[in-house]
Design a protein around this ligand. Structure first.
Ligand SMILES: Cc1ncc(COP(=O)(O)O)c(C=O)c1O
Length: 448
């Protein structure tokens, strides 16, 4: 009988102790330590991290500025409740976010812990601010795991959730899989016409729509980059109907796409931007930055006792400083473009790859059974992710058919590290194409 390894013991304890409700596993990773773009497991195995723990570690693991800020703040005041008091880290962070967010209008900030609570809150603020009852979101969106944010989401992983009749779901312009058919020349236009000329004239009167929430790159939906015309035209549609435009930048924000806020690619100033994940470099922190009248829609409308606490805000301030001081936005744009080219080259060797798309260091590699039919290669995606883990590369898969390899590394990634990761991915793809990864290997890892 094979000896029980350290990793086996972790896996057994994990299965015994941690709720399945918190489980989205792709392989048996047990983290011991992490630094920069590297992660080491409990057996000392080193991994190059192409996931940043779901796009959280934008500044790289263990950034010295974040570490120092946390230590200093803990020594100064380990806690103060923002809902019933004032403290400097929250004021400073709000000021810095307001100064950087696009839009020449008065803004305020709300703080929370997760993308989910922030999206749920922005939905409530929008309806309170306008007196309108409805919201619009897009099919393929993942906005969170609380009741309100699930209601705004329209992701296949949450198809079991029934609720949120106040949120109308519109098709998202997916260039590789346009919901209106293969031959449609202007997929963004078709999508917006469907919303304005059909949904608004039938089940969703625009005068009852408080806001439209959108991801500029639909990440969990499959790292879908819509046509460049989409966001400006959506902003225009919102303006014509007096509807607020909210960009969910929880995953795409904080420099990941090569701009601090992803809407800046399209010269659009959303009425509110939702941030989370990387905002605190892993310390729980989310924020809504937006128009004063939205943020002031109700006194005490969304109060969480420890939200906006000094430690989280100190981490947020250090994150912004690290991103700007270390040139991480420029790095994301430059290394992201390089990575995109290298991933495209993989298409020459791997028929499994149907499409490569992305902005900056948010790239998606869509796997298909064959390029003509575009049948999603779902099992193959799970196998590639598993094999990559065995080879020392961490990444996950996303998408409505769970067939898109998502690459969202820390923004400190170098071109050499990008090349090293692509070489490992190349091997993983070859192994899966050659049938060297069994169904049993992935049977325990359901992913999503
Ligand atoms: C775009 C987007 N919004 C919101 C969320 C929810 O964030 P959290 O898991 O921190 O609640 C996610 C999480 O994947 C996301 O990708």
């Amino acid at each position: 009988m094979a000896a029980v390894t350290t990793l086996d013991r972790y896996v057994e304890a994990d299965q015994r102790l941690i709720s399945d409700a918190l489980r989205l596993r792709f392989h048996p990773l047990a983290v011991e330590r992490a630094s920069g773009c590297r992660v080491w497991d409990v057996e000392g195995r080193e991994y190059l991290d192409f996931s940043a723990g779901w796009a959280v570690a934008n500044t790289g693991y263990g950034h010295p500025l974040v570490r120092q800020a946390l230590i200093e703040q803990f020594d100064r005041a380990s806690f103060a409740s923002l809902i019933s008091g004032i403290h400097e880290p929250a004021l400073k962070l709000a000021q810095q976010l307001i100064a950087r967010a696009p839009g020449d209008f008065e803004k305020k900030v709300w703080f929370g812990f997760s993308g989910s609570d922030a999206n749920e809150t922005v939905g409530r603020l929008l309806t309170a601010a306008t007196g309108r009852r409805r919201l619009v979101s897009f099919i393929g969106a993942y906005h969170g795991a609380t009741a309100g944010s699930m209601a705004m989401s329209a992701h296949s992983s949450q198809s079991g959730f029934i609720g949120g009749g106040h949120v109308v779901k519109a098709p998202y312009p997916h260039p590789y899989r346009c919901p209106f058919g293969e031959g449609v020349a202007d997929c963004a236009g078709a999508t917006l016409r469907f919303l304005e000329d059909y949904l608004f004239k039938t089940i969703c009167p625009p005068e009852d729509v408080a806001g439209i929430i959108v991801e500029t790159v639909q990440s969990d939906g499959g790292d879908v980059v819509p046509p460049a015309t989409f966001l400006p035209q959506l902003a225009d549609l919102c303006r014509r109907h007096g509807i607020y435009l909210v960009v969910d930048d929880v995953k795409a924000g904080m420099g990941r796409t090569g701009r601090l806020f992803s809407a800046q690619h399209y010269a659009v100033a959303p009425d509110a931007i939702v941030l989370g994940k990387s905002l605190g470099s892993g310390v729980p922190l989310s924020a809504i930055v937006g128009r004063r009248e939205i943020l002031d829609a109700g006194v005490g409308l969304a109060i969480f006792t420890t939200a906006g606490n000094p430690l989280s805000c100190a981490a947020g301030l250090a994150t912004i400083e690290a991103i700007e001081r270390d040139g991480l936005i420029e790095n994301a744009a430059r290394v992201g473009a390089h990575l995109h080219r290298q991933l495209r080259h993989l298409m020459d060797r791997h028929p499994l790859i149907g499409d490569v798309r992305g902005l900056g260091l948010m790239q998606g590699v869509e796997l298909v059974r064959d390029r003509a039919s575009k049948t999603p290669a779902t099992t193959e995606a799970a196998k590639v992710v598993y094999r990559a883990y065995e080879l020392g590369l961490l990444l996950f898969y996303v998408g409505m058919a769970s067939n898109v390899l998502e690459i969202t590394p820390p923004l400190v990634l170098t071109e050499a590290e990008a090349d090293a990761g692509v070489a490992l991915l190349d091997r993983a793809l070859a192994d899966v194409e050659a049938g060297r990864v069994s169904d049993e290997a992935i049977a325990r890892y359901r992913g999503w």
